[in-house]
Design a protein around this ligand. Structure first.
Ligand SMILES: [Zn+2]
Length: 429
């Protein structure tokens, strides 16, 4: 199995990453925002490379760029690999891009070695994984999993352009969106991504095998008190909204630490927004609002957290003699568990290649969270410098990315060999 390692061409993979890095807004590296001409230039480069790799290229109606290689068995399902080529403003060269290029390199390595798979193979550049100017992230993977709604297509961006119209500009077709939905023709989905966190680097581990992708819940809590004079209102008569909010923030932190210390699974909660009204040095705060970002792989933990914070914030309001004017969920996505069989394929592949690995949960969202609802899915993380991402300083070593690609290459072969080819009933293509 060690010979697999040599089939992934480190320099070819690196050359693609650097070529895409050059396709950036000048003076604002590294920026290739979805739906922009720069994004389309990046895609033109990818299309050229997909074709050179012998892949059949198309753009589905949800705007995903797909390169396909037909398998040996007719009616076989498809092994899909991918990620995204769009960036955040002034982002990095590796977030998403490493995954698209690694997937492409796996396809090239298979072709170079003359290896025919039973299954079809697809390399996908998902449209707009990063939050777009249209107020939506994961546009393409939502579309492929049937979760891009008409209401979302009406979201507007620059010059009041509808997302649905922007989709046409990148080769999609909002009217025929259901054609992009893949019901049951995906056998497996694999995605390589930089970790965007410090665990692999600090533990000096080559690869992270992702056990699941967190569900993300955003909660709004608001308190309504009274704006009174800071000099003349006695302490026992105040209705200070911030006093309640401060207790809420403390309760959120303490409850999150308690849940995080439980052995089974990841839990984090963050108060990243606190707003105060009217905001005067000599005025008792009348209104305070906090937005809480809650992430965990275990839905049950989110529900316990919400219950506990509900009780704590009611107590806080009572103690501060204010009203709890809002306690509502702003958005809510479900966690996704990675497939144990695919994780085993990746672990055995990494072992055979001599790459160390550990299991970890993904605290960030990825296209795999959507595609994992259609098919068994798994992700492999590679270390990144200082755990930093979404910044021009984002960096991953070429041999680390190649190690991840090699593990994915071997895992694709293991999966293909161990999985009997069954006839698919529908194929949306
Ligand atoms: Zn990404």
């Amino acid at each position: 199995m060690a010979a697999f390692n040599t089939l992934v061409d480190v320099d070819r993979l690196w050359q693609d990453i650097m070529a895409l890095a050059d396709i950036t807004e000048p003076g604002k590296p590294y920026t290739r925002r979805s739906f922009t001409p720069r994004f389309l230039a990046g895609r033109a480069y990818l299309i050229e490379q997909f074709k050179a790799a012998g892949l059949e290229v198309r753009i589905d109606t949800a705007g995903n760029l797909i390169g396909r290689r037909t398998g040996a068995k007719p009616h076989a399902k498809t092994i899909m690999m991918g990620s995204h080529s769009d960036t955040v403003p002034s982002g990095g060269r590796f977030d998403g891009i490493a995954g698209v290029v690694a997937a492409l390199e796996v396809a090239r390595a298979l072709r170079d070695a003359g290896i025919e798979l039973q299954h079809n193979l697809e390399v996908v550049d998902f449209l707009a994984e990063e939050p777009s100017e249209y107020g939506l992230s994961c546009v393409g993977s939502r579309g492929m999993s049937g979760q891009l709604t008409n209401a979302m297509l009406d979201f507007t961006g620059p010059q009041d352009e509808r997302l649905g119209d922007a989709l046409i500009r990148v080769g999609g077709n909002p009217v025929k969106l259901p054609e992009a939905i893949r019901k049951d023709d995906i056998a497996a989905y694999l995605e390589l991504h930089i970790e965007q966190g410090p665990v692999l680097e600090q533990s000096k581990t080559d690869l992270g095998l992702v056990t699941g992708i967190v569900g993300i819940t955003r909660l709004e809590i608001a308190f309504q008190g009274a704006a009174d004079h800071a000099g003349t209102t006695p302490m026992h008569m105040r209705r200070d909204a911030l006093y309640a909010a401060a207790q809420a923030v403390t309760a959120i932190r303490e409850q999150a630490e308690a849940l995080a210390s439980e052995p089974d699974g990841y839990f984090v909660a963050t108060v990243g927004i606190l707003t105060l009204e009217p905001g005067g040095a000599n005025v008792v705060p009348e209104q305070a609002k906090v937005i809480v970002d809650i992430r965990t792989g275990k839905r049950e933990k989110t529900l316990r957290f919400l219950e506990s914070i509900d009780a704590a914030t009611q107590d806080a309001a009572e103690k501060a003699r204010v009203e709890r004017s809002s306690f509502k969920t702003l958005s809510d996505t479900m966690p996704m568990d990675c497939d144990l069989g695919l994780l085993d394929d990746l672990a055995k592949s990494a072992d055979a290649l001599g790459h160390s690995h550990l299991q970890l949960a993904s605290g960030a969202g990825h296209d795999a969270a959507f595609i994992g609802q259609l098919a068994p899915a798994a992700m492999v993380f590679v270390p990144c410098l200082g755990g930093r991402s979404h910044t021009p300083e984002e960096w991953a070593e070429k041999h680390d990315i190649a190690a991840g690609a090699a593990a994915m290459f071997a895992a694709v072969r293991r999966f293909d060999e161990r999985t009997p080819v069954t006839n698919q009933t529908h194929n949306s293509i």
